[in-house]
Design a protein around this ligand. Structure first.
Ligand SMILES: [Zn+2]
Length: 80
């Protein structure tokens, strides 16, 4: 999940499978995606009800999205 820390603030990526987060320091979604991609994060569409989820480098390595029990630390946070 990528969202601002406060309304209108810089975007912060939160891993959808663990408590990891990454401050992008930018406010443009596309730019934030590029930054977290460079840091080894991955966006995976987790199906209806979960939508796009974002995973930190550790969870990307473990392919956390393939484990239904593991990818839902932040249920309901993602848009379909
Ligand atoms: Zn993670």
């Amino acid at each position: 999940m990528i969202r601002p820390n406060f309304h209108g603030g810089p975007l912060v990526a939160h891993c959808d499978a663990c408590p990891a987060s990454l401050e992008t320091r930018v406010k443009v979604f596309g730019a934030a995606l590029a930054i977290i991609g460079r840091e080894g994060w991955k966006a995976v569409h987790c199906g209806a009800g979960h939508g796009w989820c974002h995973f930190c480098p550790t969870c990307t390595e473990e392919k956390a999205w393939e484990d239904p029990a593991n990818r839902l630390v932040a249920p309901g946070s993602a848009r379909p």
